[in-house]
Design a protein around this ligand. Structure first.
Ligand SMILES: Cc1ncc(COP(=O)(O)O)c(C=O)c1O
Length: 448
């Protein structure tokens, strides 16, 4: 399918009436180049088009159909050539564009300040689809050493074996190392997480983007840990991927993802001959898209409270002498960098880590926090309203071998906590404090 106009995915056309032959004037708004307004992610979301239901409902209707009818037989051919597309409210099949998924995707584009977006069945499918779209067999990527375990495994094992796409891993805070790793002409993508999972290293998005762009490399950033807090494409990155399963969903009940970037990229991913979304097929179900669309309006409020509580607990835990890693703390090596890039008033992220040094002590602490004081749950994932805790080295980063974990800075006793907002802040703090005092282990307290 030929690429449709740049802004097609930002504004869709009017609803179709009797005939497929529509007055082109009706679509003038869809064709006009328009820069999405963007001051703050919450403001951008409020400025995005509100889709009403078919009968005037305040919520959009769910377009649950897998397939779509046409009024005239010739229309089908024109849709398959790309002449008639979703910008004019022509839909082929829901593995391709679906109106409900497109509405949610517009909100993701607004959130990230990108021209377009499309939602996928998982964060991993968003990541793999965009990388496979940007890299061909024999291609090369440069990526951060500190990545979510699944992404690390995709780049280390799966893509080289299945697609002959190789990756050089680097310390992204070492900009000379990044420059050296880029093989001009061959390297297609620089990939990193804005705030790394689980080490909470913050990427210098403007500087890394400048380095990559100087060498013609596309910057793809995973912003799963910091929606609302950071907007990577506003800082110079080209593409943002999300695991919507985390903060954006907020309910720990849905697996979903998104690719946010230029309309040309999103359209290429839907291409009937070459598109990874169309041909590998990991697009989102319309019913899931509807569920998620109901949660986007309170994402900013949820993020503020996650971040507020994480900041308070990290500060207090630090005072108790624990080895806390939290980019909101002034002694975090990336604190100033994060402050310089962050959107105002969202805080410094809702995840904190505490380094218990050994897995045994990490497990003891988590056990007390769940089974003695009910502070949170031992579970992977993040962004839920309850606190979730996991020992990263033996769970979500277990795909990395010992050396890779060391290089990424993952200690065997690192406990990652996704701080929830249920109950009151003081009620939950007293549960955390009670578990800490029960540890009765003087070595828990660092010497400095
Ligand atoms: C930073 C990050 N990116 C991507 C993923 C993958 O997302 P999903 O589980 O939705 O496929 C995860 C976790 O699962 C993650 O933590």
């Amino acid at each position: 399918m030929a690429e449709t106009g740049i802004h097609n995915l930002v504004f869709s056309g009017k609803k179709r009436t009797g005939s497929d032959d529509i007055d082109r004037e009706d679509f003038i708004v869809a064709k006009k180049p328009m820069k999405p307004m963007w001051e703050d992610p919450a403001a951008a979301l409020a400025n995005a088009r509100h889709e009403f239901g078919e009968h005037g409902g305040v919520n959009m209707s769910i377009e649950a159909s897998a397939t779509f009818t046409v009024m005239e037989p010739e229309t089908m051919r024109r849709m398959f050539t790309g002449e008639l597309g979703p910008d004019r409210d022509f839909f082929i099949y829901s593995r391709h564009f679906n109106p409900t998924v497109l509405n949610l995707s517009r909100h993701l584009a607004a959130l990230e300040g990108t021209e377009a977006a499309y939602c996928t069945a998982s964060g991993m499918s968003a990541i793999s689809s965009v990388l496979l779209q940007l890299c061909s067999s024999g291609g090369h990527m440069v990526a951060s050493r500190a990545l979510y375990g699944g992404t690390h495994a995709l780049l280390t094992h799966f893509l080289p074996r299945a697609c002959n796409i190789t990756t050089t891993f680097v310390d992204i805070s070492d900009h000379d190392m990044v420059k050296e790793a880029i093989a001009e002409g061959r390297t297609k993508v620089l990939y990193f997480e804005t705030v790394s999972n689980p080490t909470l290293m913050v990427a210098n998005v403007p500087e890394l983007s400048r380095i990559a762009h100087d060498k013609g490399v596309t910057v793809v950033v995973d912003n799963t840990f910091s929606p609302m807090v950071l907007a990577p494409t506003r800082l110079g990155a080209d593409v943002v991927v999300h695991s919507i399963s985390k903060y954006i969903s907020g309910g720990a009940d849905i697996i979903a993802g998104a690719v946010c970037g230029p309309a040309s990229l999103v359209n290429s991913m839907m291409d009937l001959q070459q598109g990874t979304l169309m041909l590998l097929g990991p697009t989102m179900n319309a019913k899931v898209a509807f569920e998620l669309s109901e949660r986007i309006p309170h994402l900013s409020m949820r993020m503020k409270e996650h971040c507020n509580r994480a900041f308070v607990y990290a500060t207090r835990m630090k005072k108790l002498g624990l080895k806390v890693i939290y980019p909101g703390l002034q002694d975090h090596p990336d604190h100033d960098l994060l402050k310089s890039m962050a959107n105002k008033e969202y805080g410094y992220g809702g995840i904190l880590c505490v380094d218990m040094e050994t897995e045994e002590r990490a497990n003891r602490l988590m056990n007390l926090l769940q089974n003695y004081t009910q502070f949170g749950f031992m579970a992977v994932s993040l962004g839920y309203y309850e606190t979730l805790m996991s020992c990263s080295g033996s769970s979500t980063s277990s795909e990395l071998n010992t050396e890779e974990k060391e290089l990424a800075g993952i200690s065997p006793g690192l406990v990652r906590m996704s701080i929830g907002y249920s109950g009151t802040l003081e009620q939950k703090w007293s549960q955390l404090e009670k578990a800490l005092s029960r540890m009765q282990d003087s070595s828990l307290l660092s010497k400095n």
